[in-house]
Design a protein around this ligand. Structure first.
Ligand SMILES: [Zn+2]
Length: 53
């Protein structure tokens, strides 16, 4: 169960660090550290929300 946070403005799924990734959103934050992020890279292993066993 992966609970994804959504933007309060555009309701798009936020990045793991909580920033909006929708370019037309007012809360959009350009990703400067874009290394291997093409598209469709959502379910990586770095989904550390507040759920720890
Ligand atoms: Zn947004």
């Amino acid at each position: 169960m992966a609970v994804k946070k959504r933007c309060i403005r555009c309701l798009k799924v936020l990045r793991p660090d909580g920033t909006c990734q929708y370019p037309k959103c007012v809360l959009y934050v350009p990703e400067l550290l874009a290394e291997n992020s093409d598209e469709g890279t959502e379910n990586k292993g770095s989904d550390t929300t507040t759920e720890q066993p």
